[in-house]
Design a protein around this ligand. Structure first.
Ligand code: KIV
Length: 265
């Protein structure tokens, strides 16, 4: 069993092979996802909403991120474990470095995810030069929900779309290893995916990305209120969670998911 690394994911992109990512916050879900073939497990700060029951991700602390990341990483042997730097944990380059180091050393993460484009370039360069693998999160930034005025699709007008595209190119040059694009039109996601050599993971970003991610509770139909339109309930087609994860991996790899029902134009 080969461990998934940043090199594996880059090679998969070069060879046109899609990979699957899901969020997990505990050992049981992580074990089941890894057994289903999920290549990247994201310990997302979405845990603020789906585990803690808050209305946003903003209350999540470093201690909580380390706790959940450790519960995931201790049972995984193949998947690459990505963990979110929570709100304000990247307030300076030094804090971003020290908090990333904690997620890796205490939590067992292999990569950290940081929200933000141009304004985070120096931080991404600082971390990358010091040997930290980074995923840059663009498009809808849940940690900026109050500034953005809600959870809304991003990049719909020309100016925003050009900014997202140029941010992705600049972040790759600064040393980012992955770009995650959340809630952007599929045409823009396709342009970003084409423009850079590092893999692009999409959520609500259409079928042309190199990989897809969903919040695991959402794709099992466990959503408080109406789920976002880009979510598919994979448990509705089968009777076991394990099979739902397997079907997700299969449908991401074959390009069956996302369908036109799950994309923004
Ligand atoms: O925190 C999270 O789960 C995320 C996904 C929505 C991509 O960032």
């Amino acid at each position: 069993m080969h461990k998934i690394t940043t090199r594996t994911l880059r090679k998969m992109k070069q060879e046109g092979e899609r990979f699957a990512c899901l969020t997990a916050y505990d050992a049981s879900f992580a074990r089941s996802q890894e057994a289903a073939g999920v290549e990247v497990i994201l310990v997302g700060d979405s845990l603020g909403m789906v585990v803690k029951g808050q209305e946003s991700t903003l209350s999540v602390t470093m201690q909580e991120m380390i706790y959940h990341t450790h519960n995931v990483s201790r049972v995984c042997h193949r998947a690459l474990i990505m963990a979110d730097l929570p709100f304000a944990a990247d307030a300076s380059q030094e804090e971003a470095y020290l908090n990333s180091a904690r997620l890796i050393a205490e939590g067992g993460a292999h990569m950290v995810k940081i929200e933000g484009g141009a304004m985070m370039l120096d931080t991404i360069r600082f971390l990358s030069e010091r040997g930290i693998a980074v995923c840059s999160h663009l498009g809808l930034l849940p940690q900026s929900v109050y500034k953005m005025g809600g959870y809304r699709i991003q990049g719909r007008n020309r100016e925003e779309a050009e900014q997202i595209l140029s941010d992705a190119i600049a972040l790759e040059q600064a040393g980012a290893d992955i770009i995650l694009l959340e809630c952007v039109p599929s045409e823009l996601a396709a342009q970003v995916t084409e423009a850079i050599d590092i893999p692009v993971i999409g959520i609500g970003a259409g079928p042309e990305c190199d990989a897809q991610v969903l919040v695991c509770y959402d794709m099992l139909g466990l959503h408080h209120g109406n789920p976002p339109s880009f979510v598919k309930n994979f448990l509705a087609e089968t009777s076991s969670i394990q099979q739902a994860f397997k079907n997700y991996v299969h449908q991401v790899k074959t390009g069956e998911f996302p369908t036109p029902d799950h994309v923004f134009d």
